[in-house]
Design a protein around this ligand. Structure first.
Ligand SMILES: Nc1ncnc2c1ncn2[C@@H]1O[C@H](COP(=O)(O)OP(=O)(O)OP(=O)(O)O)[C@@H](O)[C@H]1O
Ligand SMILES: [Mg+2]
Length: 293
């Protein structure tokens, strides 16, 4: 495949120079971040964003400096979960944009902060016949810019909340080759396990390090008595982790308080001593063990 270096003449745009400059900017930002961790699942709606937000809350509670890149451009959730709306005053400092500061000082960057109103969808074009390739290129460029143009500052952890699907990790990996690893998230349902298996297989084939598998909505916890029961039928998720030879790093119950605490404090901060809070902390223990080993 040809690269920018192969171009003969550039009409004065110095495209090679621009690309090199962009790369250097990205590097200098990411060099200040100790561990970059992506949270993903082939499947949609399994709790990637909620788990990312609460893992960030737990890491921050332990004294880490944490940032979250919302890599879900079309369904951004992180701003909402961390209490940063699109009414935020965006501020440029030096050569970058100041990140939003969410609950517990967590730094975030999300498409939601850039759209005009809370109801505005992200539309790459008004044209109905835009090709999938063009849209995909625009999305890749947007992720690169969100990463490179944000003044993340010194961070212990940059968490990346991935959109559903297993394809976007290619882009993240090319932008962040030193990615510490990915956390895969599934719910116990057979359909979710089926799809997440594909994502794990792909990551294994591509040599993307997998920190482990989190089972979300594993059980139901009664908010009154903290007793647990089963919510979904499905094969024990431990079997999937054994079959794919990746660690099982967290069993997080369904807890109505997780979905309720969307604009107040994060669930973990408020309920860390609950069964679900302790389960989140256990997953974080495993993530910290993997990244700091
Ligand atoms: N452990 C949990 N207990 C209760 N509700 C949960 C839990 N995890 C997630 N939810 C709820 O499930 C819904 C889907 O969660 P979330 O948006 O985090 O999933 P997602 O995987 O990020 O979705 P998408 O694929 O659209 O990005 C939300 O309403 C969230 O509040
Ligand atoms: Mg999400």
């Amino acid at each position: 495949m040809k690269t920018y270096e192969d171009l003969e003449g550039d009409g004065g745009s110095d495209i090679v120079g621009q690309v090199v400059q962009l790369g250097a900017k990205l590097r200098s930002r990411l060099d200040k971040v100790k561990y970059k961790v992506a949270l993903m699942s082939g499947k949609g709606g399994v709790g990637k964003s909620s788990i990312t937000a609460n893992i960030a809350s737990c890491l921050a509670d332990r004294g880490n400096k944490v940032g979250i890149l919302d890599a879900d451009l079309n369904g951004p959730s992180i701003g909402h979960l961390l209490g940063v709306g699109n009414d935020i005053q965006l501020e440029m400092k030096g050569d970058g944009l100041e990140p939003g500061i969410g609950h517990q000082g967590i730094r975030i960057m999300s498409m939601d902060m850039l759209v005009k109103t809370a109801d505005t969808p992200v539309m790459w074009t008004e044209e109905a016949d835009a090709t999938a390739v063009w849209v995909s290129t625009m999305e890749s460029t947007a992720i690169r810019e969100l990463l490179a143009d944000t003044n993340w500052g010194e961070l212990d952890y940059l968490l990346i909340d991935m959109p559903p699907g297993s394809d976007r990790i290619d882009n993240i990996r090319s932008l962040i080759p030193e990615l510490a690893g990915v956390v895969e998230i599934t719910i116990p349902s057979p359909l979710s396990q089926h799809i997440v298996t594909k994502s794990i297989t792909k990551n294994n084939k591509m040599g993307v390090p997998i920190i482990g598998l989190i089972e979300n909505m594993a059980t139901y916890v009664c908010p009154h008595c903290d007793k647990e029961g089963k919510l979904f039928d499905g094969e024990d998720v431990h079997k999937l982790s054994e079959r794919k030879d990746i660690p099982y790093i967290g069993k997080i119950p369904f807890d109505t308080r997780v979905s309720r605490s969307q604009s107040g404090n994060l669930f973990y901060k408020e309920f860390k001593d609950s069964v679900t809070g302790k389960a989140i902390a256990e997953a974080v223990d495993n993530i910290e063990k993997f990244t700091t080993k």
